[in-house]
Design a binder for this molecule. Structure first.
Ligand SMILES: [Zn+2]
Length: 265
C-alpha cells in the first residue's frame, strides 16, 4: 500500500512533461467536458453542477494523477466531495480536510472537499472578447478558468493526501503547479466585484461620481462597491463622518453612476 503513495509522490515531485504535452491534455479535458457533459454545452457555459466537477475529477485523475487519487483517498480512510458555492465571493476555489477524530462504522475518519465558487465563475466572461488571468494563465472562456481553479485545488488535495500539510505559498506546491499545469501564480482569484466594477464601468472606490435621484442630479464619491455602489453625498442633514463633513448615503446600481463631469462648483 505504501508503494502506491510513494509512486504518486515521486510522480508529482519528478513530473517533467513538455509544455505542449500539458496543453494538449488540458485541451483534451476541455473538449471532453463540452462534448460529454450533460450541463456544460459550451465553453462559456451558463449552467454547471457538481456532476461537472466529478467529470473534471475523473479526467484529471486519469491524465495527470495515474488514476490513483481515489485509492489514495481510501488509504487515508477518507471520502471525497465536490461542492459549488455562490457565497464564496473572494476566492475561486477551496480544498478542505475534515478530521473526525474517530473511526466510524464505514472506517471513514476524514473527508476531503473541493469547492469552486460558481459566483465568481459566472461573474467573469460576460464581455464579447473576455480574458481572465487565473493562476497566472490567461483564460479565454469560463471552462478554461474552471479548469485552472480545479487544477489548483487538485494539487491541494494531492498534497493533503500525500504529505498532510498543503500550502500554495510554499515552494513544493508552486514547483508542481508550474511543471504539471503551467501555473505561474498561486492566486485563486477571478475578478472580484471591485475589479469587475472598475473594468466594466470604470468605477473605483474613492472616485467622484454623479447619478440621478428622484429627478435630481447628485454628486458624491464612491465609498464601497458591492452588489451596488455605496455613494456618499455631502448634505447638511447627513451623518457626520470622520473627515468632519456630513454625508447622506445612497445605494446606487453600478450602471447608473457616471464619473463627475469636469465642471466643479
Ligand atoms: Zn491555494
Amino acid at each position: 500500500m505504501q508503494t502506491n503513495m510513494q509512486r504518486l509522490a515521486d510522480h508529482l515531485i519528478r513530473y517533467c512533461k513538455r509544455p505542449d504535452h500539458v496543453e494538449h491534455e488540458q485541451t483534451a479535458i476541455h473538449r471532453a467536458i463540452v462534448n460529454d457533459s450533460s450541463l456544460v454545452d459550451q465553453p462559456n457555459f451558463t449552467r454547471i453542477s457538481t456532476r461537472t466537477l466529478h467529470e473534471l475529477f475523473r479526467e484529471y485523475d486519469q491524465r495527470f494523477f495515474l488514476g490513483q487519487t481515489m485509492q489514495l483517498v481510501h488509504q487515508r480512510s477518507g471520502s471525497l466531495n465536490f461542492r459549488l458555492s455562490k457565497r464564496m465571493t473572494k476566492t475561486g476555489g477551496k480544498t478542505t480536510r475534515i478530521d473526525y477524530g474517530h473511526t466510524s462504522a464505514s472506517g471513514r475518519v476524514r473527508s476531503y472537499e473541493i469547492t469552486l465558487s460558481s459566483h465568481l465563475l459566472f461573474q467573469g466572461f460576460k464581455t464579447p472578447d473576455p480574458k481572465e488571468r487565473v493562476s497566472g494563465v490567461v483564460c479565454h472562456d469560463r471552462l478554461e478558468a474552471t479548469q485552472r481553479i480545479f487544477e489548483h485545488e487538485m494539487l491541494h488535495l494531492m498534497e493533503m493526501l500525500l504529505w498532510v500539510h498543503s500550502s500554495c505559498a510554499e515552494t513544493r506546491f508552486k514547483s508542481i503547479a508550474r511543471r504539471m499545469f503551467g501555473h505561474t501564480e498561486s492566486t485563486h482569484q477571478l475578478p472580484t466585484r471591485g475589479e469587475f466594477a472598475k473594468r466594466r464601468y470604470g468605477l473605483t472606490a474613492g472616485q467622484r461620481v454623479e447619478f440621478q435621484h428622484e429627478g435630481e442630479r447628485l454628486t458624491g464619491f464612491v465609498n464601497r462597491i458591492g452588489q451596488r455602489a455605496t455613494v456618499l453625498v455631502r448634505h447638511p442633514g447627513g451623518e457626520l463622518y470622520s473627515d468632519g463633513h456630513r454625508y447622506r448615503k445612497f445605494y446606487v446600481p453600478l450602471g447608473q453612476l457616471a464619473p463627475e463631469s469636469m465642471k466643479r462648483d
